[in-house]
Design a protein around this ligand. Sequence first.
Ligand code: ADP
Length: 456
Amino acid sequence: MIKSFRLQLTAWYLLLFTLLFTAFSIFLYEVLSKALYKRLDENLSSEVSTAAGLFRGEMAEFKGDASGAALEAMSEMSIRGVVVGVFEGNKLLASNTPLKGRELLAVVADAAAAEAPEVRTTLPRYGKHGTRAVARRFVVDGRQYVLLAAESLHSVKADLGVVRHVLFLALPLIVLIAGAGGFLLATKNLAPLRWMAEQARNITDKNLHNRLDIGAANDELMMLADSFNELLSRLDRSFETMRRFVADASHELRTGEADVALDHDRGPAEYRESLAVIQDEARRLTRLIDDLLNLARADAGHVSLRIEEFYVNDLLAECCRSIQTKANAKKIDLECHCPEDVAYRGDQELIRRVVLNLLENAIRYTPEGGRVEVKVEDSASELHIQVADTGIGIPPETATHVFERFYRGDQARSRQNGGFGLGLSIVKWIAESHNGSVELSTKPGLGSTFTVLLHR
Ligand code: ADP
């Protein structure tokens, strides 16, 4: 098998070209051959007509002496390579040049007996190159005669021979030129691919921000380069978020508080304070590890939902109660609107995570004195849980990324109060595992609304 794509393309191109050229040559040869035979037949037919006319005229003059009339008529026929003869039955009355041969007599006999008045036939073995013969039956003074005109196929065969030669010579020449042209074309068109491969080979995790540049290439290669560049962008973003995560996580894990507390002896109040900080950090870390484990299990397909029926209104009320202290601390007005007795079948603990994550974010990203509202809309086929805040909102360029793992908005980072950027990816995963989805509508400076759509 040919390994090179360039050679493969050229080979296919050549094969197709050769087939096409051969088919075209055969077609051309056939058409030409038919045209030459037709012209020959028309010529012979017109000779027969002329001879028949002359013979009729002479018969009138010779008063029924067929031999005399035939001799006279034939002497008036030009010789020019066409043999013309008048027959009565299978007896030759006269011809313009000496005429003999059983094959010709057979044609005459055919014409005498055939249904059609004229017979056209090729006699391949008559003469050196074969002969074409036209015989026509006609009646003068109540007696039947046959007029025969025959011509050697020499000139037709010579013409066809020339065409055959030209085609046979042209084929290898044209295939050679087409092959070279095809190879050059393939080389030229595939050059950007080589160039792309070379550039791609030089891209590592250190220079993921590099992009392929293939200059002015055709649409398909541009598409390939664009797709590859998009892939690089995605990889670059993932690497960047991973790098950020590792940096942030290692920062979080350096729990300086214990070092400070153990530095020297302190009073019980100070120890209590330090312990409270350490407890807080321990909670955050436990939460991070939980989140990571959950996502890892979800990726591995190891999470099985514990489906049960529960009241969403009760669940929301519990969530709001548990977050109330945080809301109070920031003087945020937390409102929980939910109709009574909204039953839903799903994994209660996971749905609780969804609501808590959204509420925690809402409180976290809403400045003091703001408002956070939880609403439920219930219909026969769907359940919408909506968490709306009057917080900092999310810029449009960020909004598309907030559901990505480890993604944290810059505002969140600079405020140093964000989580690890896993909260919303967990919300999304839980909603999707319940055949649902999450939607975000937000305006920077005005607030954000997250809506979780769950199918019943
Ligand atoms: P984090 O742990 O950083 O809150 P999330 O996955 O929960 O991670 O959120 C990702 C990012 O989305 C946050 O860093 C923040 O920039 C943005 N975000 C999430 N919720 C809100 C909100 N209610 N208001 C404004 N920004 C938000």
